[in-house]
Design a protein around this ligand. Structure first.
Ligand code: FE2
Ligand code: FE2
Length: 192
């Protein structure tokens, strides 16, 4: 299994911001799961000639949709509703670093998604640690494990379609891009 480390850890001030307004965090989190599902489906449409991508991305889209359903259930129990999507600084900035030409687009997207999933796994793990109510604590711990699997899925797909040297060199660059973005993100009750 391929693995790597993120270039920076999440600042403890982030989890403080999340726990101080957990309802706002849930609303943002739900939107993230829905968008993750949509992105996975966009890969299915974009790469009809790549069987493994089609197979894996349909599974992923369904799993992210199941996460969305679970977060929505928690929200509804708390009387919370979705709000219109806002532009996300983290994803928006990361997308700017993605090379759009056909030779590099797939590699950059696979690596970006892998890094985003790894950050998600880290942060849901922190949320799971911080929560005390057993049911929702367990949910976030399960979620951290799921997003960790997604991180592994994307990095192994990158290695499947590109040689090791190409993957490692670009991964190194995009990890630095992500770390720089994370450092610029304000601490708020949101996944990023
Ligand atoms: Fe998810
Ligand atoms: Fe995920």
């Amino acid at each position: 299994m391929y693995s790597y480390d993120l270039k920076c850890k999440t600042d403890p001030r982030w989890i403080k911001a999340v726990m101080s307004n957990f309802d706002a965090f849930l609303i943002d989190h739900a939107a993230n799961e829905r968008k993750a599902s949509t992105l996975a489906m966009s890969m299915v449409v974009h790469y009809p000639d790549k069987d493994d991508i089609v197979r894996e991305m349909i599974d992923l889209a369904m799993e992210e949709m199941a996460h969305f359903r679970e977060v929505i259930k928690i929200m509804l129990k708390r009387g919370l509703q979705q709000i219109p999507d806002k532009t996300n600084f983290y994803i928006g900035s990361f997308m700017k670093a993605i090379r759009k030409d056909p030779k590099h687009y797939l590699l950059d997207r696979l690596l970006m998604f892998s890094i985003v999933e790894k950050r998600g796994a880290e942060r849901f793990g922190l949320v799971g640690e911080a929560l005390t109510e057993p049911k929702i604590k367990d949910f976030y711990q399960r979620l951290a494990a799921a997003e960790y699997r997604h991180y592994e899925l994307f990095i192994s797909l990158a290695h499947q379609y590109y040689n090791r040297k190409t993957v490692t060199a670009r991964l190194e660059q995009l990890l630095q891009v992500e770390a720089d973005i994370v450092k610029q993100c304000p601490f708020k009750a949101a996944v990023h």
